[in-house]
Ligand binder design. Structure first.
Ligand code: ATP
Ligand code: MG
Length: 555
């Protein structure tokens, strides 16, 4: 059993099962297919599918596609792929809200017959002006008391397309003096003369979200309709629809706090703008907080699920530190990814006492903490490449890497002692020279002599050339939700969010397929990009080994 306390939604369901209110619980994830899913959606997916699994219930995936203008097949496909990749299983329970249009329309007619809905001819602007406010009750629509027959005929005319867009709407008849503004005779059907991706030109009236959503839930027998806090104020109307239409199932709406993350925007509209304005290469750009972006960046689905578990479910909006997400992936990849050697800022290391022209193959373990990960061989020769910053000519105290007179371990290879360096005319170091101790093969001394530093390397001749894409946060501002109104969020884009460099890697790294996740020893976690080919290998940095961002902020 898990030791974390049960969150408030689990407690509600526990009580519903205990009281016999429900024998089987049904949850759903209802994305509008107008963009790709982001990490905020992952929180909702993990919550809803997780509850269904925990309570041995059912999880539905439903495209909330009642809005005719925005849906695109590309989005539907990407949503399915991302939900599946996250490990949420909907089995045969895949639905499209637009498949319910006939039923919703019939339920609208039912409301008219009950005297609970009427056709209104006010313009949107007039309706807005007559809505009143918190202190002032709204004004009744001039047609509020039209009789049922007239309303049925008028709604029929709307449905046949005999009105232009905006000339008539169907409104629920509730209470223009209600303190909850969503109960002031809200619009439930409007005219839209546009084609729908699923129903084509069959309809020219479409249900409003607040009317459609409770019905969709009820039609599917959803027991717990979980949504984000913004919908709290909509709940009275949600319940009104369920109770007035008197649907057989009576879903319960429950609100929880949406996910917000530092240095990130989580709004489909803004993400779409990033794509359209070419601030990123697409929805799956590895800097995007989309599920497809995180996947391409090298995030595992288990790390995202773990993150969603750690942040928890509450009723208070808050901002989660992106470092927590990075921690989740680091932690996961630390356990699962094999280690390799890659040099990202190479400088030559010449082993002066190593035979010219000789190459030997040394054995390296793929994951020293996990013997099951196996081993590989790496070529070693007289001329190696190491990281430029692993050598300092005049080193400070406690610098345990290469500096004249100091001995270090070359990972999986030998102990080497730095003798001197070679510089060009400008004083820039071009080569580091050292001698090796043949008795330390494999990286251990026979006489028990210890070294404090271990550095990674590749053999210059056999090393492969790769493109390495180093990513940093897309935004420089911590909380993008608290910007002043006149402050454009785009201004906070980090101009250095992607740096492309050339790296040198050990041969084994060239054999990996797209999507493979690895650790470059001492550097970070990387994955083979989807555009990578054997002619042009590309590695994305998923996350560095340590958090370098914290240091930069201090600077
Ligand atoms: P956006 O605000 O980005 O347009 P949305 O909420 O309009 O997102 P939907 O497709 O309607 O997008 O969302 C599907 C589901 O995902 C909804 O149930 C919604 O509550 C949930 N969801 C969306 N964003 C978040 C978030 N940041 N945290 C948690 N759940 C979210
Ligand atoms: Mg929405």
């Amino acid at each position: 059993m898990s030791e974390t306390p049960r969150h408030f939604i689990q407690q509600i369901i526990d009580a519903d099962i205990a009281s016999g209110k429900h024998q089987k619980i049904v949850t759903r994830f209802p994305p509008e297919p107008n963009g790709y899913l982001h990490i905020g959606h992952a929180k909702s997916i993990c919550l809803n599918s997780g509850l269904a699994t925990e309570f041995n219930g059912q999880f539905n995936l439903r495209m909330d596609d009642t809005n005719p203008t925005k849906e695109e097949i590309e989005y539907v496909d990407s949503i399915k792929e991302d939900v599946r990749w996250l490990g949420a299983e909907w089995n045969e329970h895949y639905y499209q809200a637009s498949d319910y249009f006939d039923r919703m329309h019939a339920d609208a007619i039912k409301l008219i017959k009950l005297g609970k809905a009427f056709v209104c001819y006010l313009s949107l602007e007039e309706m807005r002006l007559q809505k009143g406010d918190f202190k002032t009750p709204g004004k009744n629509s001039p047609t509020r008391d039209t009789n049922v027959e007239e309303n049925l005929a008028a709604f029929e005319k709307m449905t046949r397309g005999e009105f232009d867009e905006g000339k008539a709407v169907l409104r629920a008849k509730i209470d223009m003096a209600a303190t909850n503004e969503y109960l002031r005779d809200p619009v439930i059907y409007r005219i839209r003369k546009v084609e729908h991706h699923n129903t084509g030109n069959k309809w020219c009236v479409y249900p409003m979200y607040d009317f459609a959503h409770p019905l969709e839930d009820a039609y599917e027998g959803i027991t717990h309709s979980i949504c984000t806090l913004e919908f709290e104020k909509h709940r009275p109307f949600y319940d009104w629809v369920i109770n007035t239409v008197n649907t057989p199932a009576k879903p319960q709406q429950i609100e929880f706090a949406r996910l917000n993350i530092t240095y990130t925007v989580l709004s489909k509209r803004k993400l779409l703008e990033l794509v359209n304005e070419k601030h990123v290469s697409g929805w799956d750009d590895p800097r995007m907080p989309t599920i497809s972006g995180l996947r391409r960046r090298g995030y595992s689905s288990s790390s995202i699920r773990k993150f969603c578990e750690v942040i928890g479910i509450t009723k208070h909006n808050s901002l989660s530190d992106v470092a927590l997400l990075e921690h989740a992936v680091r932690d996961d990849l630390n356990k699962t990814s094999p280690r390799f050697m890659a040099v990202l800022d190479p400088i030559k290391l010449v082993i002066t006492n190593y035979p010219e022209g000789q190459t030997e193959n040394l054995e390296a373990q793929n994951n020293p903490e996990d013997p099951a990960a196996g081993s590989r061989s790496i070529p070693f020769s007289k001329t190696l490449l190491i990281e430029r910053d692993d050598f300092i000519e005049e080193a400070p105290k406690k610098y345990f890497r290469l500096t004249p007179g100091q001995e270090v371990r070359l990972r999986w290879a030998y102990y080497v002692t730095c003798t001197h360096c070679v510089k060009d005319a400008t004083g820039k170091v071009t080569e580091v020279h050292c001698t090796y101790d043949p008795a330390t093969k494999g990286g251990d001394s026979a006489d028990g002599r210890k070294v404090k530093g271990t550095i990674h390397w590749v053999s210059a001749e056999q090393a492969g050339d790769v493109e390495v894409r180093l990513y940093d946060r897309l935004f420089m501002h911590e909380n993008l939700n608290d910007l002043a109104e006149d402050d454009d969020w785009r201004k906070h884009l980090n101009p250095h969010s992607m740096q492309v460099i050339r790296g040198k890697v050990e041969p084994a790294l060239l054999k990996l397929g797209q999507g493979s996740r690895v650790q470059f020893e001492r550097t970070g976690y990387f994955c083979v990009d989807k555009e990578s080919t054997s002619q042009k290998p590309i590695f994305n940095r998923t996350v560095s080994l340590k958090d370098s961002w914290a240091k930069q902020v201090v600077k």
